[in-house]
Each structure stands twice: as C-alpha cells, then as structure tokens.
Design a protein around this ligand. Sequence first.
Ligand SMILES: C[S@@+](CC[C@H](N)C(=O)[O-])C[C@H]1O[C@@H](n2cnc3c(N)ncnc32)[C@H](O)[C@@H]1O
Length: 238
Amino acid sequence: VTFWYWTEVTGLCRQMFSRALKLTRGRMCVSKTHAFVFTNCTHGQAQSVLDTFHQYADTHPCLIIGPRKGQLLDEVVARVAPLRVLELGTSCGYSSVCILRLLGSEGRLVTVERDPVTADKGEEIILVAGFKHLQFQVLTCPSAEAIAGLRNNLGDQDLDLVLMDHNPKQYLPDLLALERRGLLSPGCVLLVNNVNGSAARTFLEHIRVWPECYSVCGQLLGMMEVRWNRASRQDSSD
Ligand SMILES: C[S@@+](CC[C@H](N)C(=O)[O-])C[C@H]1O[C@@H](n2cnc3c(N)ncnc32)[C@H](O)[C@@H]1O
C-alpha cells in the first residue's frame, strides 16, 4: 500500500510540475513576443502590428497562427463578412488583429483566453493595433466557462464565425456547448486550427458521423473550415 501511495504521489507531483513548466514556458514566449511587437510596431496601425509579428516569428518560436494560416483566415473573414465572431485562444492577439481589421463597422469580436497574464498581453496588442473596446471583448476564463455566459455578451445576435485555436481536446465539447445554447447562426462557419494532431480526433469523428449537420468546406495547413447547418441538426434530433 505504501509503495502504491508513493507511486501515486510521485505521479501527481510530476504532472503538476510539467503543467507549471508548460505554463511558464508559454508565458515567457508570450511575454517576449508581446515586448517585441509593442516596441517595434507603429502604434495605431494594424498592418504594422501584423508585420512586426511576422518579423519576430521569422526567427523565434511563437504561438501565433502566422502569415500562411493568416491568409486563410483573411479569406474566410472577407467571404463570410461576419457580424459576430468568437475566437477561442487569444494568446498575443495576432489572429484577433487579423480578424478585427477585416470586420465591417457593425462587426464585433469576442476572444477568449484562459491564462490571465496572456489575456492582458493579448488585449494590449489589440489596443495597440488601434481597435476599441466597442469592437472587441477579451474574456479571461476557460472556453467552457466563456461559452456558458456568452449569451450575455452577444445579446440576441448569434455567431457567424468561430475560430477554434485553443486546446484541440476542447474543440468537441465547446462545439456541442455552442450548439446546445443556440449560439450559432444558421450557416455559421467554424475555422478550426491544428486538426491534424490526435487531440482533435473526437472532433473530426463527430463532424464525419453527422455529414448532414456539418459541411467540410476545405482543409489546408492543418486548418479546417466547416459550415454548420442548424436546420439539419434539428431535423436529425427530432
Ligand atoms: C495557439 S495559442 C492561440 C494563438 C492565437 N490564436 C494567435 O494566432 O495569435 C492557444 C491559446 O489558447 C489558450 N487556451 C488553451 N486552452 C484554452 C481554453 N480551454 N480556454 C481558453 N483559452 C485556452 C492558451 O492559453 C493559448 O494562449
């Protein structure tokens, strides 16, 4: 029993240590990226902010989706012309700035980041890019919590576009919660990053077994575009 007890305790300590190490590394990466962008970009110019991110990412490890996936994101935002956008995984604010610069005057972004230190840095970069709190909101909490209270943030408008770039294991539960709470507009587009890894497997399986509810519009560079069909989902659950 003593041996079993100490094996459990050691395992738990190792897990906690590895989580703390991951968080510290992530925060250091965000901190360095933020400092570089903040110091070197032209404040008030969104394109300069994005160019400075690219300059940094050319030579440093960085969590941003980067220019190639950024182009896919641009193309989707321009085509969908969304009024309400949800982003899961703000990090340094790179993809938030990409989205915001293409939104129309009525467009709004809600972006979610669970780590408070990272969320502050991301929000600062979005403000540095020239956007106002009227156009965006950063929610500092885990995605599940944000989705549970999202109706208060959206009012009576539903989401036209959702970018999932947080934890792939969370993609499926978050999608189901968005559906259950009636937060997706008919034809809402989901842009889902890092679908190639095993962590996104349950999400991909779900999409495949409900072809009448989800149309896969494209997949490139590990990013998948899925169109949600509310009518079909209601028909199939009747
Ligand atoms: C790859 S980064 C996002 C990069 C960002 N979209 C960009 O391109 O600039 C992923 C972020 O998601 C956050 N995250 C991970 N799981 C989360 C969750 N369940 N809820 C909210 N944020 C989460 C992490 O803290 C991290 O900052």
